[in-house]
Design a binder for this molecule. Structure first.
Ligand SMILES: Nc1ncnc2c1ncn2[C@@H]1O[C@H](COP(=O)(O)OP(=O)(O)OP(=O)(O)O)[C@@H](O)[C@H]1O
Ligand SMILES: [Mg+2]
Length: 298
């Protein structure tokens, strides 16, 4: 028989670690919400890569737009405290979130709710927090921001597998992680570390996106600047889903710099279609996982 969880029940209940019934599989409690500041968030996705500069933020932004365009409620957390990109990529360099009671109200643009350290401090101020302070700041983005109901909350992770990534992977009930890589060997080596980190903490990996796959020359031929199909081969050897290839496109870079996400400025291009296809595959994989969990719990 299941019992309703209350504050006095033993700490063996892992209700802080999940917002669905599976979080209560071992304790037998019915689904409860208290203690979980993200109980109104259905799915939490981390966009990650062990490697810097491969296009995590670019993909996270365009993924958020693609999901929002399906009518889903979407939030995006810039977890890169030392090099936030989201204010620039959304054209919100001078924006400041409002405060409501004890909470911050996320900014909202293009149908996506946003939070970044860049909204709270001047963008040219260096954050010099050490690990524990940085981890606390990330926790505050969750517990002290009024996200309300969301279908997807996306974390744009910083490069590497340091304190912030580990805090997120271990303490946030992630639905899954998306791994972004370029095709080159030097990126793949670092990306393997991110994959192994998520596996260690049992966060499902939703798939691999290969960014900067090639550059299309004016005569239509493809120049595989960073190598050929490295991301796809990596996904295969790791037994992971391959979510697609995104080419190098000047307009993608321009969209990031001028605050108009590429998916919005070039909705019908082949590159937007590739990003959209990857986003829809992520949504499909999440629905399958949800359905499987529902069957397990019934
Ligand atoms: N497909 C692409 N075509 C052209 N430019 C791209 C593409 N993807 C990303 N870029 C550009 O490459 C640079 C790095 O991208 P981005 O900031 O998204 O990477 P990142 O992995 O988030 O970096 P960091 O590790 O610093 O957080 C940016 O200037 C971005 O505009
Ligand atoms: Mg980034």
């Amino acid at each position: 028989m299941t019992t309703i969880h209350d504050e006095s029940t033993p700490s063996s209940c892992n209700h802080h670690q999940g917002n669905d019934k599976s979080a209560h599989a071992s304790c037998g409690h019915e689904h409860c919400n208290h203690g979980n500041p993200l109980h109104q968030v259905k799915n939490i996705i981390a966009v990650a890569s062990g490697k810097g500069g491969v296009g995590k933020s670019t993909f996270a932004v365009n993924l958020a737009i693609a999901l929002a365009q399906t009518g889903s409620k979407v939030g995006l957390i810039d977890a890169d405290l030392y090099g936030p990109s989201i204010p620039t990529m959304f054209g919100l360099l001078d924006a400041k979130p409002e405060v409501a009671g004890k909470n911050l109200v996320p900014l909202e643009k293009y149908g996506v709710k946003l939070m970044s350290i860049g909204f709270l401090i001047e963008m040219d101020t260096a954050v010099i927090w050490r690990g524990p302070m940085a981890s606390n700041a990330i926790k505050q983005f969750i517990s002290e921001v009024d996200w309300q109901e969301l279908d997807y909350l996306i974390f744009d992770l910083p490069p590497g597998t340091g304190d912030i990534q580990i805090t997120i992977a271990q303490t946030i009930p992630l639905t899954g992680a998306i791994i972004v890589t370029t095709p080159q060997d030097v990126a793949i080596a670092d990306v393997s570390k991110a994959v192994s980190m998520f596996r260690k903490v049992k966060v499902p990996i939703l798939g691999v996106v290969e960014n900067m796959s090639y550059y299309e020359l004016p005569d239509g031929t493809k120049d595989y600047i960073f190598g050929h199909h490295g991301g796809e081969i990596f996904a295969k050897t790791q037994g992971l889903a391959f979510l697609g290839s995104v080419p190098i496109d000047r307009a993608v870079r321009e969209g990031g710099d001028n605050g108009t996400p590429y998916m919005l400025s070039h909705p019908d291009s082949a590159t937007s279609k590739a990003i959209n296809q990857a986003a829809m595959e992520v949504a499909r994989r999440i629905s399958i996982t949800e359905a499987e969990n529902a069957v397990k719990q019934s």
